[in-house]
Design a protein. Structure first.
Length: 233
């Protein structure tokens, strides 16, 4: 692993994720920013602003990119991510996550199965999984998932067909109870409603609210301010 990483290495985080829900991993999932291609400014600049504002995890996501393009995007983001010592996640691609020495890969129902990823991925690689179903969350935990992404909490325009499909925050609680895993709530999260997600005990994952903002760092700061000290209910 790169030698300039701060405390909390990939291997350390992976060990925290074993067994009972990990406060250490959940803390690192407090605010995950998912990337998308930028047409106005370099993606690395946007990510740097998010990291400087306090984002605790970055997920590299580009559904249209080739394997090589996704890898090169990750290489460009790595220096800032390692300098800030945050969790680095690659969406969908176990091979790219391994090549970049990322901390985690995030899989969905249409990706390689969790058990297969666990058999082939580096032992220290965390595996995230997307589900809004408590039973599927339980099965994901049994298969070796490290954390869950639960949504779309408030609906989302970042995934086709989910604009009006909002599961609400109570579902996050149900999935976390069934799985026993740390989680992030995703889908339509903004500074105005992020505290509702934080109250479930989950972290917050954001894409559009940050990536499409004129000042992404300001959005990250407001989310962190609005979720600071929120009591779990």
């Amino acid at each position: 692993m790169p030698g300039n990483r701060k405390s909390g290495t990939t291997r350390d985080v992976a060990s925290e994720a074993d067994g009972e829900p990990s406060e250490g991993l959940q803390a690192r999932l407090r605010l995950m920013v998912l990337t998308e291609p930028q047409s106005v400014r370099p993606l690395a600049q946007v990510v740097e602003e998010c990291l400087a504002a306090g984002a605790t995890a970055i997920q590299l996501r580009d559904k249209a990119a080739t394997t090589r393009e996704l890898y090169e995007q990750g290489l460009e983001l790595l220096p800032a991510i390692r300098r800030h010592g945050v969790l680095f996640v690659v969406n969908d691609r176990v091979d790219v996550a391994a090549a970049l020495e990322a901390d985690a890969v995030h899989l969905g129902p249409e990706d390689i199965p969790i058990a297969a990823a666990r058999r082939t991925a580096p032992a220290q690689l965390l595996i995230g999984y997307s589900t809004d179903d408590p039973e599927r969350g339980r099965r994901a935990a049994a298969a070796g998932a490290s954390y869950l992404g639960v949504g779309a909490v408030f609906g989302t325009r970042s995934k086709e067909g989910l604009t009006d499909e909002a599961i609400g925050t109570e579902r996050i609680r149900e999935v976390m109870r069934a799985s026993g895993l740390p989680a992030v709530g995703i889908g339509g999260v903004t500074p105005a409603n992020a505290a509702e997600v934080a109250a479930t005990g989950a972290g917050v994952a954001v894409l559009g609210a940050v990536m499409r903002a004129a000042e992404p760092g300001d959005v990250v700061r407001r989310i962190l301010e609005n979720t600071a000290g929120v009591a779990r209910t």
